[in-house]
Design a protein around this ligand. Sequence first.
Ligand SMILES: Cc1cc2nc3c(=O)[nH]c(=O)nc-3n(C[C@H](O)[C@H](O)[C@H](O)COP(=O)(O)O)c2cc1C
Length: 535
Amino acid sequence: MAGPRILLIVGGGIAAYKSCELVRMIRKGGGSVTCVLTDGGAKFVTPMALAALSENPVHTTLWDLRNEVEMGHIQLSRQADLIVVCPATANLLAKMAAGIADDLATTLLLATDKPVLVIPAMNVRMWDHAATRRNVETLREAGVSVMEPDEGPMACGEFGPGRLPEPEAIWRQVAEWFTGPDALPMQDGENWTPLFTETHAPADLPSFANEDDDGAPAGVGLGGLSASLIQRSGKRAAAFEDAAVTEAAVAAPAGPPPAGLVATKGKAKAAPPTDPEALNHLSGANSAPEPIAGDVHPVSVGGLPLAPFVKPGDGPLSGRHVLVTAGPTHEPIDPVRYIANRSSGQQGFAIAAAAARLGARVTLVTGPVWLETPPGVDRVDVETARQMNEAVKSALPADCAVMVAAVADWRTKDVSGSKIKKRGSAPPVLVLTENPDILATVGTSPAMRPQLLVGFAAETDKVLQHAAEKRKRKGADWIIANDVSFDAAGRSVMGGGTNTVHIVTRDGVEDLPEMSKDDVAAALVERIADALNEA
Ligand SMILES: Cc1cc2nc3c(=O)[nH]c(=O)nc-3n(C[C@H](O)[C@H](O)[C@H](O)COP(=O)(O)O)c2cc1C
């Protein structure tokens, strides 16, 4: 079972320091944690402590331009399986019950459709107060799980119910949410067996071994930790040596934005749809470029012969729909000129072919290339990024989408209806505008997103770091990163016959050796079949 993704809201109570231990327990148990700290919470624990323990950025404000461009307060909850409020102050309970949304925590709590588990902690009189009783009742009626606080001596010197339960008890409650009461993960000294087989737990989390279990004041308990907290170790951390830094620095949410919000590259709006008639090679006779005799590059599948092709009825991808995009896009300047890139389409075609060979129904949306359609593949030819965007949307739903196409980031704002002429000495000025971001649009739309979304990142520097950023930013499951810079002999992956790719996932990086594009395709499609069939 995959480890749960917990969004932990830490409120401004004296027990907030215990949230640090809770983060550690969730991670040791195989879950991942992203923290939101209220202003009050930040008076008791620092974002740095929570960031170091969770190995995730800590979110403290609604008014974060970088996050809110992508509706961060909505996305935060979308990327979580469960929201835990710990400690939940009387103030937070009241705001939640009343539907007040005046900071990041309360706004996302109001906006979320994810389950919410609330762990109150407060002075006994606050807990017993009629207003708090009412608020707890309202929340429970609304489907929020409110854990009963412990009874005992309190920091304020009084005695009674209101103490935060011990982190271990809270972790049990969290784990039960996903496993039921019979499969509780527990600690045997410092030896943890992660509850979730697909864990987010690093091999070596900072230890609280020297701390007073009963909970020292924040300054005491956390002060001694700082050195060990900052250090990263373990397999995942090593795999993301660069990327981990990036993921912490880039607060781009992985989850989808609100339905209807179409992602664009940067802050530009999505391009309007174009004429769908022009898109479909299958229905529009003249829209597809025809192969030129003697200039075709037939796509083999892992070295196997192409014909006769009989799609297997019981292949690992039988019954699945796989959508692949391939090739470059051409962005017209005038009737004779266009902006393009060096993509040959070979890698995408090879992937489409390999998926068909494993039994998938394959739709291949391709920019202008001179490649033969692989056997068993439905091909849709397009020219521009906007056409590709529309064709992709028309082809969905799919079980898996593999976005290999090198889609142009920009197009000219205006396309001249006639050939632009040389005029004296002044060259024409081309004003560019952004194209729709197809991968992000699909990745962040709940209605369109396939079960497995795979993007490609053609990079020339900081390949893994950029790929890890891209995966988060676009809401993709995997990014296949490859270095497309020219080698010493002036060769590039784009247009070449081989590829060296790195599969960047949420859990790390798998490096594949340099292989033919057919072999890369076979390796990827095999992993795709495994991922779909495991889910
Ligand atoms: C030292 C101190 C300890 C506090 N402890 C608690 C507490 O345990 N529970 C609680 O509900 N409020 C407590 N409060 C009051 C909250 O901090 C206050 O209501 C604050 O507005 C809560 O903000 P938040 O709910 O947005 O985090 C405490 C205040 C102080 C100064």
